[in-house]
Design a protein around this ligand. Structure first.
Ligand SMILES: C[S@@+](CC[C@H](N)C(=O)[O-])C[C@H]1O[C@@H](n2cnc3c(N)ncnc32)[C@H](O)[C@@H]1O
Length: 236
């Protein structure tokens, strides 16, 4: 965002304030720039964060309940990366399974909040931008988990965002994506911007990942949410 006053907006943003911040960031072609001001303005109150659940996402809970994780991953050695971790609940749930977890978010405020909430956590929380990830992370993680971050980024950066979540998956590793999906290629009104069939195909066709598991969850206001697990075929 170009206006420095946006770095410290007043606490208790109204929905309109949030929309304005977001629309300005999108118009400026900096689609991630409204997240940190939102976390700052929430001033430690998670009910001010529209997506905060105060617990692991139900789709992650289903994945944990339904997959034989001990057969798929070498726990407790397996390494997991949580993309756009927000307030950290999913990262904590994955760490409790025995993964060595790194969790990142573009918002320094969100990361500080995670570190305060989970003071004794084993999770390595860090500030990082999905579009500029450390090259050392490439192909290094046995599990990459992304929940609702792809759909929060506009279609103009969709391919780049998909490529960026795939890059850290190790050979033999899994990628788990939780996202709304849409039935056609027509551009949706967002955010969120559900993933289209062609965008989902990018995982399997462009990146040669194999879909290993999926669940669909009905949604009243939105197209269905899906939890998709892919494997990057290759020796681990
Ligand atoms: C809709 S929220 C979802 C948060 C969390 N995954 C959840 O499900 O509760 C999207 C998150 O992605 C983060 N984010 C957006 N753009 C990002 C980027 N380029 N790199 C890293 N994180 C990003 C935001 O700060 C925000 O925490």
């Amino acid at each position: 965002m170009t206006d420095p006053s946006d770095a410290h907006p007043p606490a208790h943003l109204s929905r309109d304030d949030i929309r304005r911040l977001r629309d300005r960031a999108l118009a400026d072609d900096h689609p991630a720039d409204w997240f940190d001001p939102l976390y700052v303005a929430a001033n430690g109150q998670s009910d001010q964060i529209p997506w905060a659940l105060e617990g692991a996402h139900p789709a992650l809970k289903s994945w944990i309940a339904e997959r034989s994780l001990a057969d798929i991953f070498h726990l407790p050695k397996a390494k997991a990366l949580v993309v756009g971790c927000g307030l950290g609940d999913d990262a904590e749930a994955i760490a409790q399974l025995g993964f060595q977890v790194t969790a990142f978010d573009v918002s320094p405020c969100a990361i500080g909040w995670c570190q305060e909430r989970f003071e004794t956590s084993r999770v390595n929380y860090c500030t990082a931008d999905l579009f500029h990830l450390d090259a050392a992370w490439s192909g290094r993680f046995d599990l990459v988990f992304e929940c609702r971050t792809l759909q929060a980024l506009p279609l103009s950066v969709r391919e780049q965002a998909i490529d960026a979540v795939v890059a850290p998956v190790a050979p033999g590793g899994r990628l788990v994506v939780v996202t709304h999906t849409r039935p056609t290629e027509d551009a949706p009104e967002g955010p969120p911007w559900p993933l289209s069939p062609a965008e989902l195909d990018r995982f399997t066709q462009h990146h040669a990942l194999t879909l290993t598991w999926e669940r669909e969850f009905a949604s009243l206001e939105m197209p269905p949410r899906r939890c998709l697990e892919f494997v990057r075929v290759g020796a681990s």
